[in-house]
Design a binder for this molecule. Structure first.
Ligand code: T4K
Length: 370
């Protein structure tokens, strides 16, 4: 008998019965998109839940990233991390901006702020940093550098829904803009979706124009905007997600702690340090398979796969090693030793609220049994 497959994640869904009345409403009023009532309600509720000045909903995080760069009129070169999902750098390429990769910190896996200044040139206009796995970047250090060199800061906060920094401050309130993803695989999902968090309403209004073809009113187009709007079905899903998000994060925390306890003291396995945040969302459970583990990371990946456990090597390969980036001078392996090493050791284990204790124990037993 083969084991039931366990994937790295599984979307957290509200009861289907709860979704039906929302669908009925959508069917009745026939407003499917373009800033309808559920869209407006979700923006309002998210603004309160996340405690942010302003928020604009999007069809996904990637279009939101592309739009955030346009909203701040970023050009030339942007300093960024190679250790992320490709969408981070792709958003730069879609804006004809050159990514300049800086190595990552070996503890947080986020951009190493001590290396940013060396990468700044007269063409540098911004820093695009990622709160990888929901672990906050060194936001204070990034703010200081940005101020000194007059750079804009955009945070790819795709993983950082509801996260607070070590000082208790909301991670989404740092930088000029923060971008969230509400993809099915995220802690908070709207099937597909995303958002930009703005520090003021002026910027939000500009972003809302950019995501709606540049329309200001029925006959006025002020900018070559894109279609980045979130539909009513996605927004309705978001409203229901808000009812279950706290319970989901609590359940993730239990799973996270169970893994940590199981791997404590195990030679060759390093778990992420979450002490850099006062509130975590436990969106991923990455472990590093270090040199003194009995087998290599890829072998462990195969051992799990053979038993229908589908862990993921987020983020391997590094963005800088993909064909469209590898010829950049900053992609050179000598410039990114830490990122290359972490990418070769990382394995993200299944974590989601519905992960059954039996399956989690199965994963742990397989790992500890090698
Ligand atoms: N910036 C960062 C740092 C990001 O991580 C991402 C996205 C973005 C920007 C862009 O945001 P979006 O434009 O996506 O909103 C997944 C996601 O597609 C992607 O959203 C995410 N990051 C990335 C880290 O992971 P894949 O290729 O690993 O997805 P996939 O389809 O293999 O899903 C993983 C597992 O999840 C599956 O094995 C099974 C499960 N799953 C997946 C889906 C889609 C489900 O159970 N149900 C589902 O509907 O990229």
């Amino acid at each position: 008998m083969t084991n039931k497959p366990v994937y790295v994640t599984q979307p957290n869904l509200p009861d289907l019965e709860e979704f039906i009345p929302y669908l009925k409403n959508i069917w009745n009023n026939k407003i499917l998109t373009n800033g309808g009532p559920y869209h407006q309600e979700l923006e309002l509720q998210l603004k309160h839940y996340l405690n942010v000045p302003d928020i604009s909903l999007f069809c996904n995080g990637t279009i939101a990233l592309i739009t955030a760069l346009q909203a701040l009129d970023i050009k030339g070169e942007v300093i960024t991390t190679p250790y992320s999902f490709v969408a981070t750098s792709h958003a730069l390429m879609w804006n004809d901006i050159k990514p300049v990769f800086v190595d990552i910190d070996s503890e947080t896996f986020n951009i190493d702020t001590s290396k940013i200044e060396d990468a700044i040139t007269p063409q540098t206009s911004a820093i695009l940093a990622v709160h990888c796995y929901g672990v906050p970047c060194d936001v204070e250090a990034i703010s200081k550098i940005a101020l000194k060199y007059n750079l804009k800061v955009i945070y790819d906060a795709a993983h950082a829904f509801g996260v607070n920094c070590q000082n208790g401050k909301n991670v989404l309130n740092y930088g000029d803009l923060s971008v969230l993803s509400f993809h099915a695989t995220k802690v908070f999902n709207t099937f597909e979706g995303g958002a930009i968090v703005s520090p003021n309403n002026l910027l939000k209004v500009h972003i809302d124009q950019l995501k709606n073809f540049g329309f200001v009113d029925e006959v006025t187009v002020v900018t070559p905007g894109i279609n980045g709007k979130m539909s009513e079905v996605n927004a309705a899903m978001g409203l229901l997600q808000l009812n279950i998000i706290d319970a989901a994060i609590t359940q993730r925390k239990i799973i996270d702690q169970y893994y940590r306890n199981a791997f404590e003291g195990k030679k060759g396995i390093r778990c992420m340090d979450l002490s850099k945040q006062s509130k975590a969302n436990y969106s991923y459970f990455p472990i590093l398979i270090e040199e003194d583990f009995p087998i290599a990371r890829d072998e462990l990946y195969e051992v799990l796969k053979k038993d229908s456990i589908y862990s993921r090597r987020y983020f391997y390969p590094l963005i800088s090693n993909f064909p469209m980036y590898k010829n950049l001078s900053s992609s050179n392996i000598n410039n990114l030793p830490v990122a290359n090493k972490i990418a070769s050791q990382v394995l993200c284990l299944p974590i989601y609220p519905d992960l059954q204790p039996f399956d989690q124990q199965r994963i742990i037993n397989l790992i500890l049994g090698v």
